[in-house]
Design a protein around this ligand. Structure first.
Ligand code: FRU
Length: 498
């Protein structure tokens, strides 16, 4: 039985979503059907298609009572919207169906596990959110909330853990056929921790242990965990709130964190070895991964950040949707670090290659037929004069007389900067990020992917990625190259046709 609340949301999105012309959305990045989108949820391969759900407020392009939007794809790039999957329509989730994940049950049904949010009156008379973990079961289109909801609540929490910050379950099936899930939690020290729960049948859950502790090292509350094995390492992806910056690695505010370590399956103990940011750009948060049928670990994040949601500002909120997902990225571990590459499916979308080999230049140039807002641009840099390495290189894109977005590189500092301050924002918020790259003698590889309203920059074959949204007019589509000192570059540009 579909509730009135869900029926209304489905009716609204169908009418309102159809009114958004294709050209006003990203072409191959998933965006909100209509209204607002945040975190990816329930990313899972089910019955021959990838399912992506998302935090969704259909009725406005700002955050509101959370529903789950729903879309499917065969190649992770061409998405088809399905009707909204969940609405806040039960006493335990009436204030929101927050983030969660999905798994396939042995009987072929799909199980969604999400955070139910309900405001409760506190002893001091005020209202505060209680967060619990809930289930819904379905066939890939319609989902029924489990009668035993919530399946994890206050009484399942370890001592000191907050009932107000207990969310974002990521579920998986263990090798022995039983189930595990990890959630974000706030312990007594006020920072974050990741809890591990176990279940025989995916419906009856119990607390297993604290899997990882923040101890105030990386921000405060830890949101949206994901936990999996990759290239003989164990990875814990986390989105920490309220971070302090650390060198070039982490920045203030909401960030992303990848803990790389090992896992002892017997004792279910995670041992951290290294930490790094996941994305070094401006807009990326709450990523979630899927295991593809051919064994790849693919990650998609919300290509936005809570700290930069106001980038359009109240006076220039021009789009009837807000929020888009990042490119799906294949993950691997090399030299102990997380690497990300655009999914290989993207190659099938490339057309009209334009090559310019061994271009040596100083000052600002543009190259014939290198332009566009839906392009895949590969650039390989080396010094034009091996005796004197250049001071600075920059590529400026999404460019016209008024606007441009830029990626620059200073070889003496090994620093790459993404800058979108000339990209149409009227707000006094962060428009730049820097990251440290590995570079010898002025060499650097960049791959830049533009899709109408975003730019994702893959550096040195994916050792670092920097993402940013850009909401300028599509006519701003020029590309130019700048060098202070002599630079030699190989450039290949493809159009990315949907
Ligand atoms: C992360 C987050 C989650 C929560 C959801 C609410 O972006 O804050 O922790 O479940 O968004 O929409």
């Amino acid at each position: 039985m579909i509730s009135q609340t869900l029926r209304e949301a489905r009716k609204y999105e169908e009418v309102s979503g159809k009114m958004i012309p294709e050209k006003d959305r990203p072409s191959f990045h998933l965006s909100a059907y209509t209204g607002w989108m945040n975190d990816p949820n329930g990313f899972f391969y089910y019955n021959g298609r990838y399912h992506m759900f998302y935090q969704y407020h259909p009725y406005d392009s700002v955050w509101g009572p959370m529903h789950w939007g729903h879309a499917v794809s065969e190649d992770l790039l061409h998405w088809e919207f399905l009707p909204a999957a969940l609405a806040p329509d039960e006493p335990y989730d009436r204030d929101g169906c927050f983030s969660g994940s999905a798994v396939e049950l042995p009987d072929g049904r799909q199980l969604l596990m999400y955070t139910g949010v309900a405001k409760k009156r506190m002893p001091d008379g005020g209202f505060r959110e209680l967060q619990t973990q809930c289930l819904a079961v379905g066939d890939g289109l319609d989902y029924e909330k489990y009668a035993g909801n919530p399946v994890l609540d206050q009484k399942d929490l370890p001592e000191g853990a907050s009932v107000h910050d207990f969310r974002d379950p990521k579920i998986w099936r263990a090798k022995d056929g039983t189930y595990r899930c990890v959630t974000g939690s706030r312990p007594a020290d006020g920072s974050g921790q990741i809890l591990l729960f176990e279940s025989e049948d995916a419906f009856h859950w119990k607390f297993r242990k604290v899997l990882a502790e923040n101890r105030n090292r990386f921000g405060k509350m830890w949101e949206c965990p994901d936990f999996f094995e990759l290239d003989e390492k164990q990875l814990l992806l986390i989105s920490p709130q309220d971070m302090f910056p650390q060198g070039f690695e982490y920045h203030n505010g909401n960030g992303t964190l990848c803990l790389i370590g090992s896992y002892d399956e017997e004792t279910e103990t995670f041992t951290e070895e290294r930490d790094q940011a996941i994305d070094y750009g401006i807009d990326f948060y709450a990523p979630q991964t899927v295991l593809t049928p051919d064994g790849r670990r693919v990650m998609i994040g919300w290509m936005q950040n809570w700290d930069t949601c106001g980038v359009l500002g109240p006076t220039s909120r021009v789009l009837p949707w807000f929020g888009q997902m990042s490119l799906p990225r294949e993950l691997s571990i090399k030299d102990g670090r997380l690497f990300q590459q655009p999914v290989r499916e993207l190659e099938a979308m490339r057309s009209q290659p334009v090559r310019h080999d061994q271009v040596t230049f100083e000052g600002e140039i543009s190259l014939p037929e290198v332009e566009g807002r839906q392009i895949d641009l590969e650039i390989e840099l080396s010094p034009g004069d091996p005796e004197r390495i250049y001071q600075k290189f920059a590529v400026r894109f999404a460019k016209n007389d008024q606007y441009h977005t830029a990626v620059s590189f200073r070889p003496y500092e090994s620093v790459v900067k993404l800058d979108r301050k000339f990209s149409g924002s009227r707000r006094a918020i962060i428009h730049q990020r820097r990251c440290l790259v590995r570079s010898e003698n002025g060499s650097l590889k960049l791959r830049l992917i533009l899709d109408r309203f975003s730019a994702e920059v893959f550096l040195n074959d994916g050792e670092q990625v920097m993402s940013a949204t850009i909401y300028t007019e599509q006519a701003a589509k020029g590309v130019s190259f700048f060098a202070d000192g002599s630079v030699t570059m190989n450039v290949v540009k493809y159009d990315l046709e949907g």
